[in-house]
Design a protein around this ligand. Structure first.
Ligand code: 5GP
Ligand code: MN
Length: 327
């Protein structure tokens, strides 16, 4: 169905629902948390009973945002019986963790900007022309007649800022700057968001970064940079996987590199793989082959097994695709 029709269907469904559950994705990022909270606060302004939840630990640096305490765990809401479920920023059922059980039981709306979305809701508003799902929430809230105050604007801007790499990536288009300007005019503070996420590092994270740099490999005639961290690496510096957020961008920042791959053994035997590209290579293609998804310049997947074997397999697939496009 055309996106415009689906948008109006969603507006109608929200208007007629009283109890709404808003769900984000596992391994939540700034866009996801922003989208969950902006929709939650917006719907509360409409007088709805709203519960929001994510089936994953929220990275601790987001706790500077007081509203983050509104986000509940799966255990806290599994007995809740909403009229409507809205899933944001998730492209497939596996991305919502145990909340995927709710797909059978309730009417589900999916709002997402990933081109790899599998349309797993009853209603799916999917539009990859948006750099951030948070921009879609802004449009939805406006259509619902929600008035933006300073806090809502600030929370809504966070997703736009983080998913565009603080307005640096190729997805930072005119629409992004217009939406950001609007939210800033309502009181959002882009510098506060940037400081919270970029300038809030622990010394241990620097040490962890140095371990990642020790393991750095360059391949494909200087086009590919990759590295990985095992559970032991994290433990050596008293760190967890959330402390390596942004490491993949460090790899991509190297001169001449087109593709960066960072693998993180976030729990024993489970590896999250992050892919980034700079200008022309579609990393989403690699992620999809390996069972994941994302965007052309940022994609990921999660694999189970021995980390060294996974590194070998992921790099083999990456190299063969990259080499086939550079011949
Ligand atoms: P990141 O590397 O920051 O975890 O993710 C980059 C992009 O890839 C995000 O847009 C995210 O939604 C997507 N992504 C990351 N991990 C997975 C995954 O395991 N499965 C899918 N389908 N997409 C992922
Ligand atoms: Mn997003």
């Amino acid at each position: 169905m055309a996106a415009a029709n689906e948008f109006l269907n969603i507006v109608g469904l929200i208007n007629e629902s009283k109890k709404i559950l808003v769900i984000g994705h596992i391994m939540p990022d700034g866009d996801d948390i922003s989208s969950v909270l902006s929709l939650c606060l917006g719907l509360e302004k409409l007088g709805k009973e709203v519960v929001c939840a994510i089936d994953w630990k929220i990275p601790s640096y987001f706790y500077e945002i007081p509203e983050v305490s509104l986000i509940k765990s799966y255990e806290e809401v599994k007995e809740y019986k909403p009229d409507l479920v809205v899933i944001v920023d998730a492209s497939s059922p596996d991305r919502v963790g145990r909340f995927s059980e709710m797909l059978e039981k309730y009417r589900v709306i999916v709002i997402d900007h990933h081109a790899t979305n599998v349309y797993f809701g009853n209603y799916n508003w999917v539009d990859p022309t948006f750099a951030a799902t948070a921009q879609m929430i802004l449009r939805l809230n406006e259509e619902l007649g929600i008035k933006y105050d300073e806090r809502l604007s600030h929370l809504n801007l966070m997703g736009i800022e983080t998913d565009t790499g603080f307005f640096r990536y190729s997805n930072a288009d005119e629409k992004v700057f217009k939406d950001a300007a609007k939210l800033i005019s309502y009181g959002a503070k882009p510098d506060q968001i940037a400081r919270m996420i970029l300038e809030n590092k622990k010394v241990e994270q620097f040490k962890l970064l140095s371990r990642m740099i020790e393991k750095l490999r360059i391949d494909c005639n200087g086009l590919l940079a990759y590295s990985y961290l095992t559970q032991k690496d994290y433990k050596d510096f008293n760190c967890t996987e959330e402390d390596s957020g942004g490491f993949v961008s460090e790899l991509r920042s190297l001169k001449g590199i087109e593709v960066a791959v960072f693998l993180s053994e976030y729990v024993e035997g489970e590896v999250h793989v992050s892919f980034r590209s700079k200008e022309w290579f579609d990393v989403n293609k690699i992620a999809v082959i390996l069972g994941g998804g994302g965007h052309q310049r940022a994609a990921g997947t999660t694999l189970k097994g021995n980390i060294e074997e996974i590194v070998e397999e992921v790099i083999k697939v990456t190299k063969s695709l990259l080499e086939s496009e550079t011949k």
